[in-house]
Design a binder for this molecule. Structure first.
Ligand code: CA
Ligand code: CA
Length: 205
């Protein structure tokens, strides 16, 4: 049973219903990303890789000869017109004015859709960072439901621009209105189970 639980640890992604409006995630529990578009590899790493805080960060390796791969690091659902979503993360590269670099971007998901469904770009900004180590990049979106067709927004990390380019990420912060759900790549023993249920799993051995 312990082995089964360990496997579950790796696979499950936990949705955090937010009474508070801010969720933070620093990759400390071994998580990676929620999904992706294009060719990239995301890996949870520790020193000697660059780490901004704690002991873990996320390494993103661009595997695309052209185009811009996207790593999905947060998914906010239950959104309605005018909702404001703010997201920030720390990023690391050491190439000022040149690749590798990354930036923050977003896209919508449709009502009833999954994280793999695409309902249009939500835009981002042109801040590729100083490329002098760690810096924090942020963006704010005002939600547009497209007359009720979409209710979700995914926060992306876009890597630039060639295969082999690599960046590191840490300390993601997402803020959205009460009543929405913010999902980050948090790993948890049993999604939305109580502690008593988790204890029961061990007790059954
Ligand atoms: Ca960390
Ligand atoms: Ca750079």
């Amino acid at each position: 049973m312990k082995r089964l639980l360990a496997t579950t640890l790796v696979v499950l992604v936990f949705s955090v219903p937010t009474l508070a409006t801010t969720v933070t995630y620093g990759w400390e529990d071994g998580g990676t990303i929620l999904g992706q578009f294009g060719d990239l590899t995301a890996t949870n790493v520790t020193a000697p890789d660059p780490v901004y805080a704690g002991e873990h960060s996320l390494h993103v390796l661009d595997g695309a000869a052209s185009g811009t791969p996207q790593a999905f690091v947060a998914w906010i659902t239950g959104l309605t017109d005018g909702d404001v979503i703010d997201a920030c993360f720390w990023r690391y590269d050491t190439t000022p004015g040149a690749s590798p670099s990354c930036r923050i971007w977003g896209h919508y998901t449709p009502v009833g859709g999954t994280i793999d469904d695409y309902a249009g770009s939500a835009g981002g900004n042109d801040d590729y960072g100083p490329g002098e180590g760690w810096d924090e990049v942020c963006h704010s979106w005002t939600f547009d439901s497209d007359t009720g067709a979409r209710d979700g927004l995914i926060v992306e990390v876009r890597t630039y621009s060639s295969a082999g380019d690599e960046v590191w990420l840490d300390d993601l912060t997402v803020t959205a209105p009460d009543g929405t759900t913010i999902t980050v790549p948090l790993v948890t023993p049993v999604a939305e189970c109580t502690w008593s249920a988790i204890k029961a799993l061990y007790a059954s051995e």
